[in-house]
Design a protein around this ligand. Structure first.
Ligand SMILES: Cc1cc2nc3c(=O)[nH]c(=O)nc-3n(C[C@H](O)[C@H](O)[C@H](O)COP(=O)(O)O)c2cc1C
Length: 226
């Protein structure tokens, strides 16, 4: 069953846990509509995901994760439904996730080789921290379309990635087969209406990721004149 839009967690306003993170503004406080920020522009102009095979320890601390999630969740969200949630997977829990991935793989493919299963078990160990972002659309009596709620989950993934990179952590948003596997969903305690928007793997880059081909803006954005 979907949660209703009215069921909300009690709100608290914690103090910043990083000196460079401003305190969360009080509800209703007027905020700057724009923040001229060359640093942000530079990050967006040069940011790059790190292929998961070159991610390594260390990863974000608990305080960093708290900051990443707090900043990340300031995301566009039509009618404030908060139609997503995040599972933080780190340390030993990654081994359990690997077992889940392998068990799901065997169910998908009963003839899978032991070597392939062993690889599947290792997948979550490729980075010290994994944030599993779950799209969790709510039943909205005022009818925010499910599609909009799913887009908000995608925006959350990207916000988390950018916030992480701004705090000095490398990361990548991946799905792979596991994200679409109903056995994985069940083992993670997901409900029938939920989907994995992404596994955000976070850590430290062992080497610099090279620039990839980027879109030619003029082929993707055209001026509509009616
Ligand atoms: C929803 C989604 C799922 C993705 N899944 C994978 C994946 O399973 N494996 C992968 O190598 N890249 C995947 N990517 C691509 C990477 O996240 C990333 O966009 C790509 O490596 C380009 O990096 P960039 O962020 O520097 O543009 C996915 C991207 C999105 C948006």
């Amino acid at each position: 069953m979907m949660a209703t839009a009215t069921r909300r967690a009690k709100r608290t306003r914690p103090m910043p846990i990083r000196p460079d993170l401003p305190p969360e503004p009080e509800f209703g406080t007027p905020l700057d509509a724009a923040h001229a920020s060359p640093d942000t522009l530079r990050l967006l102009a040069l940011r790059r995901s790190t292929p998961v095979k070159v991610l390594a320890d260390p990863g974000p601390s608990a305080d960093d994760l708290d900051a990443i999630l707090r900043v990340g969740m300031r995301v566009p969200d039509h009618r404030k439904l908060e139609p997503w949630r995040v599972l933080i997977v780190e340390g030993e829990a990654r081994l359990k996730l690997g077992d889940i991935f392998a068990a799901a793989r065997r169910l998908r493919d009963p003839d899978v080789s032991d070597d392939r299963l062993a690889e599947e078990m290792q997948l979550p160990l490729r980075a010290p921290v994994i944030l599993c972002v779950i799209s969790s659309p709510v039943h909205d009596p005022k009818k925010t379309p499910i599609w909009e709620q799913q887009l908000s989950a995608g925006a959350l993934c990207q916000n988390i990635l950018i916030a992480s990179q701004a705090m000095g952590w490398a990361g990548v948003w991946i799905t792979e087969d596991a994200a679409f596997d109903s056995h994985v969903h069940a083992a993670l305690g997901m409900h029938g209406h939920e989907q994995v928007a992404g596994f955000i793997y976070l850590g430290t880059a062992k080497e610099k990721p090279a620039e990839r081909q980027r879109p030619v803006v003029s082929t993707k954005a055209t001026r509509w004149t009616g």
